[in-house]
Design a protein around this ligand. Structure first.
Ligand SMILES: Nc1nc2c(c(=O)[nH]1)N[C@H]1C(S)=C(S)[C@@H](COP(=O)(O)OP(=O)(O)OC[C@H]3O[C@@H](n4cnc5c(=O)[nH]c(N)nc54)[C@H](O)[C@@H]3O)O[C@H]1N2
Ligand SMILES: Nc1nc2c(c(=O)[nH]1)N[C@H]1C(S)=C(S)[C@@H](COP(=O)(O)OP(=O)(O)OC[C@H]3O[C@@H](n4cnc5c(=O)[nH]c(N)nc54)[C@H](O)[C@@H]3O)O[C@H]1N2
Ligand SMILES: [Mo]
Length: 633
């Protein structure tokens, strides 16, 4: 199916959504928030802020949550993808951003793509990877599937799902035993090496081959090539982060960079490739429950005080709920109202049936989107927004921390209005007379409270075609990579050393057994986008709907052929879809996207087991069985 753009506000009456004026819809939306906050306090409110919209929208979204409502319960889809990267990088280096710039993969010697289908999901970044390969870099791909990315690699390490820590540990042990670690860097810039060394000792190449399924020779080659390289880039995405132990996975990769000194120098670094176009910016703007704008910790009293001065409102001295916790709190009746901007959790959350049940328990749900999504169809009030990428002014921040201007080129359709205009109208109805004369005024307010954005005026952003943070002053041009301080000889300039992490292997939560013997992993295709809301409106011969991808051996064993409709079931749900045979898969592995949930709801199958540190769900590992629908005669 395809969606039409929302052109009018909608309100629910007698159980159905009907057209309304802006006045009526805004009044209804504001009244519901007021009612719930009065009855149950500010923490009964939760906001999901849109990672597809601008930095300015996200700044206003979190300010609405903290100032108008008075809670820190604000989050976004960062929770479903790279919250573990932010948590892991922050724990190691004190900052959650990717360390390198895109240009650096062109100027490096080794590129490791770990759990990343960049050829499909990050095609612009992948162009830089291809240029790097063309200039002579060696590329490794670590992925259970021999993806389009892996097909460009010098070596593909096809590991079993959820065995990244054993693989990384074996790489580390091999580097240590071969004497290829960077002793000077370790002594100067890190702590915890001895404990780490001891912890990886059991992971010999033989043991790791047994657990990961990757031949010992391939593990050895990755270890030696990465460690011997002058410069090396380690890039990862959801193959690492959508697991119940995702932050540990991220730390396992960071350990490799600390061991070899491949961080803090031009051409050597750690790059989590972020998901939605502005998910990096959304987090930087404070649309997360634990950080104020500029990634400043809410628990720091001096920081809170600065914001309280700027905003004239006390900020709660505690972290708010993240997306996962918000959904749990809905089930407990603790969160009773939700303002959901540009997210479609009904189809994107793991265990979607559980998510629908929780959202339906809300007293008051307001959805602000550009389409009438399945989530919007559950709302009490639907507010039609402009599409930020072409109908609004502002800025986006990409995975290399580069802030760039976006400019309004089109008017939104019908009565749809800018996200910021809508939020200010709601704020006004809730007693805060907010008025911004355009996106630049919002941006300048942000620059006054976020030191790392201070030197990024719109004028400078236009002149320089984007600037990477940190950018603390009007004349600063920082190096394109982070953590150069780790290489300083002066201990004061070097600052806090980066800790190695001691980690333990923990296999996927959803165990394989006789009833559910196959491992389902889910992900993306080049031609579709997430829950399909924005990409289902076109047909192309290249594009097929949802399929259940199996390797030829498994298809034979199950007696199914390409195109045959089969049933796939997990411990949570069951759906049917046609078989697609893909030799890029290994026996025992099944792959599906989540791009066509109106026809096939893949997330009815996935498990809501989450990483305790980041709250990210294990989208990448469910136990399933695949059955023929009609028995052969
Ligand atoms: N065309 C397109 N582009 C997109 C999107 C889209 O929907 N369509 N979505 C955007 C978003 S929101 C995001 S977050 C990014 C995601 O970008 P990616 O993370 O690159 O995309 P995925 O396909 O979800 O997963 C990456 C790979 O992880 C592998 N994998 C699965 N399990 C494991 C494991 O246990 N270990 C390892 N090492 N690998 C594993 C999968 O086989 C898959 O190839 O893409 C963004 N770009
Ligand atoms: N099985 C499985 N499930 C997954 C994943 C997986 O790998 N496997 N990946 C997870 C990941 S990484 C992500 S990021 C999530 C994505 O989950 P969601 O963010 O819930 O899904 P999207 O389809 O990207 O929805 C984006 C919404 O934003 C709206 N929108 C676009 N532009 C604007 C704008 O300017 N303003 C407003 N107000 N709205 C706008 C769109 O219409 C759409 O409804 O899915 C997660 N779910
Ligand atoms: Mo994502």
């Amino acid at each position: 199916m395809s969606y039409d753009r929302l052109t009018h506000p909608l309100v629910r009456e007698n159980g159905v959504l009907r057209k309304a004026t802006w006045e009526e819809a805004l009044e209804r939306a504001a009244e519901g928030f007021r009612r719930n906050v009065e009855r149950h306090g500010p923490d009964s409110f939760a906001m999901l802020s849109c990672a597809r919209s601008t930095n300015e929208m996200n700044y206003i979204g979190q300010k609405f949550t903290r100032v108008v409502i008075g809670t820190n319960n604000v989050d976004s889809c960062n929770r479903t993808c790279h919250a573990p990267s932010v948590a892991g990088l922050s724990a190691a280096f004190g900052s959650g951003g990717g360390t390198s710039s895109y240009q650096e993969v062109e100027d490096t010697d080794v590129i490791v793509m770990w759990g990343s289908a960049a050829r499909n999901a990050h095609p612009i970044f992948f162009q830089h990877v291809l240029k790097g390969i063309h200039k002579g870099a060696r590329m490794f791909a670590v992925d259970p599937r021999r993806t389009g990315t892996a097909q460009w690699a010098d070596l593909w390490l096809g590991l079993n799902v959820g065995t990244d820590i054993p693989l990384a540990h074996a790489v580390a042990r091999e580097i240590i035993h071969a004497g290829l670690y960077n002793q000077a860097f370790i002594e100067r810039a890190t702590v915890g090496f001895e404990e780490f060394k001891e912890s990886v000792e059991p992971w010999t190449l033989t043991v790791a081959e047994e657990v990961t399924g990757v031949p010992a020779s391939a593990i050895r080659e990755l270890a030696h090539t990465y460690a011997r390289a002058d410069r090396a880039q380690l890039c990862w995405t959801l193959g690492i982060t959508e697991h119940h132990n995702a932050t540990d996975n991220v730390r396992a990769l960071i350990n490799l960079a600390l061991l070899t000194g491949h961080v803090g120098r031009y051409g050597s670094g750690l790059s989590p490739l972020r998901g939605q176009n502005n998910v990096q910016g959304g987090g930087d703007m404070g649309a997360i429950p634990n950080r104020l704008p500029g990634f400043q910790d809410i628990l720091d009293p001096a920081i809170r005080q600065r914001f309280e001065g700027a905003w004239g409102k006390e900020i709660q001295p505690q972290y708010g709920l993240n997306l996962t916790e918000m959904l749990e709190a809905m089930a407990e009746g603790e969160v009773t109202t939700c303002y959901l901007i540009g997210e479609n959790p009904v189809q994107s959350e793991a265990d979607s049936l559980a998510c629908i049940k929780r959202l339906s328990m809300l007293d008051h749900l307001v959805v602000q989107d550009i389409f009438l999504t399945k989530t919007a169809q559950m709302a009490d009030v639907v507010l039609p927004a402009s599409a930020a990428w072409c109908e609004a002014d502002g800025t986006f921040t990409n995975s290399e921390r580069r802030v760039q201007r976006v400019r309004k080129a089109l008017d939104p359709p019908g009565e749809a209005r800018d996200d910021i205009w809508i939020m200010c109208e709601l704020a006004r109805r809730l007693g805060h007379d907010w008025h911004y004369d355009g996106a630049e005024e919002v941006w300048d307010e942000l620059r006054a409270v976020s030191p790392q954005h201070k030197g990024m005026s719109y004028q400078r952003l236009a002149e320089l075609q984007g600037i990477q943070w940190p950018c603390p002053s009007d004349d600063s041009l920082e190096p394109p990579y982070l953590h150069g301080r780790l290489w300083e000889t002066d201990p004061v300039k070097r600052g806090v050393p980066a800790p190695f992490a001691v980690l333990r292997h923990s296999p996927p939560v959803d165990l394989l057994d006789e009833e559910y013997p196959l491992r389902l992993t889910t992900g993306r295709r080049l031609d579709s986008y997430n829950t399909g809301v924005q990409s289902s409106g076109f047909a192309s011969p290249l594009r097929r709907g949802e399929t259940i991808e199996l390797c030829p051996e498994d298809a034979d064993r199950l007696g199914v052929v390409a195109g045959e409709e089969v049933r796939i079931s997990s411990r949570r749900g069951s759906v049917t879809a046609p078989v697609y045979i893909d030799p890029a898969l290994r026996p025992g592995l099944v792959f599906m996207t989540f791009h066509f949930p109106d026809e096939v709801d893949t997330n009815a199958l996935t498990i809501e087991a989450t990483d305790p540190i980041s709250g990210t769900a294990e989208f990448k590992a469910a136990a399933v069985r695949v059955e023929k629908l009609v028995k052969a005669r």
